[in-house]
Structures are given as structure tokens and as C-alpha cells.
Design a binder for this molecule. Structure first.
Ligand code: PCA
Length: 205
């Protein structure tokens, strides 16, 4: 049995026809990269739903690594998320006016977890391939953060399992709806995700 890398992508949301995260995850489903087999899972958009889906998938597939993907429309480069926080903001209130309604992703759990992906090594490799990427200090407080947080919390006692999250800009096909916002070609982002998976697989030893 090959080791499994669980790769998640979100369904389209906010009126989009596609979500680049799922477009890429579904293309990679079943592939073997660096000796690990990709298992792709599509995730609904919502903090509670995303948290439940990722936890269920981890229980079911017992992955050796977990990489979540999501769309961050407006960002100009791939964002390798460094931190997930225990805060779930389904209504976007935090973004609008810093609403104090603090709903945790998981009640009583720690405030935050750090990514367990080899971020520096992934970034080096993406730089070498001229793919725009940077490390980000916030995955927001919506479904992507909830997914990353839940995965890290669920696997907290298995510290050798790399777990993390990558936000993607809009894909070029989405640019017609968002003419003043940056986007990247899907092939470039797919290549970037393959690189991130390859580097993560190498780190498994
Ligand atoms: N992006 C949203 C949720 C789903 C997605 O692809 C986020 O950044 O939380």
C-alpha cells in the first residue's frame, strides 16, 4: 500500500463557476508523486462543513500528509499559509468591521497551529521555477482556515505527518469577472502544487 497524501479543494463559491483549488485537486487525484499517492477530496464551503469533511477524510484515508488548497481571489501569488487560528467567521463580519463575535473552529482547542509543511523548501523550489509564491501569515477566518485548523488539530498527536494549506489566486478563466484583479494560468498553479507535493513527499523520508 503506497502512502496517501490527502489533497483537498473547495467547491466554487461567491458566484464563481470554478474554484481553482478543486480544478487542480481533481486533476491530481490518483497520481503518484514522489512515491505518495494523491487522494483528492472536494470540500463544501463553510467553516463547520469544511472542518467535518477534512476530519472525516483523515479518519477514512489515514494520510501520511495533508495539503489543503483554496481560492484567495485578489492575491497575486500562491500563499503558503503559515498559521491557522481557532476562529470561524462564516459571515465575513471580521473582514467588514472586526466583529467581536468569536466563534471557535473547535471549542476549547488551542488558539492556533503552525503549518507542518516544509515551507522554506517549497518556496525555494517554486522560486527556482519562477512561480510567484510567498509565505502568508493569515489564512483568514473562513472555511480555508477552518479546514487547515481542523486538520492540524486532528493530527496534533502525529507530529510527523506534514499538514498545511496553500491559497491560490484566481485562475485566468475567472479574470473576465474580475478584470482588475490578478490571476494565474491553471497550468502554472497545477505545476506549483505538484512541486509542493513533491517536496513534501521527500520530507517524509
Ligand atoms: N476559499 C475560501 C473558502 C473556500 C475557498 O476556496 C477561504 O479562503 O476561506
Amino acid at each position: 500500500m503506497p502512502q496517501i497524501l490527502l489533497l483537498t479543494g473547495f467547491e466554487p463559491f461567491r458566484g464563481e463557476r470554478i474554484n481553482p483549488s478543486w480544478e487542480i485537486a481533481r486533476r491530481l487525484d490518483g497520481e503518484v508523486i514522489g512515491g505518495v499517492q494523491i487522494k483528492s477530496v472536494r470540500v463544501p464551503v463553510g467553516c463547520g462543513k469544511a472542518a467535518r469533511r477534512i476530519t472525516g477524510a483523515i479518519v477514512r484515508y489515514r494520510p501520511s500528509a495533508v495539503i489543503g488548497l483554496g481560492e484567495a481571489g485578489g492575491r497575486p501569488a500562491l500563499s503558503l499559509e503559515r498559521v491557522a487560528i481557532n476562529l470561524a467567521d462564516d459571515r465575513g463580519a471580521l473582514g467588514k468591521r472586526g466583529d467581536p463575535g468569536m466563534t471557535p473552529v473547535i471549542r476549547g482547542a488551542p488558539d492556533a497551529y503552525f503549518s507542518r509543511l516544509p515551507l522554506a523548501a517549497i518556496l525555494r523550489e517554486l522560486d527556482r521555477k519562477d512561480i510567484p509564491a510567498s509565505v502568508s501569515l493569515t489564512a483568514g477566518a473562513y472555511a480555508c482556515n477552518a479546514l487547515m485548523y481542523s486538520a492540524l488539530h486532528h493530527l496534533r498527536r502525529r507530529p510527523t505527518v506534514p499538514v498545511g494549506f496553500i491559497h491560490l489566486p484566481y485562475e485566468a478563466r475567472q479574470a473576465s469577472r474580475h478584470r482588475s484583479l490578478p490571476s494565474l494560468p491553471i497550468a502554472m498553479m497545477e505545476n506549483a502544487v505538484r512541486i509542493a507535493i513533491g517536496v513534501t513527499a521527500r520530507s517524509l523520508g
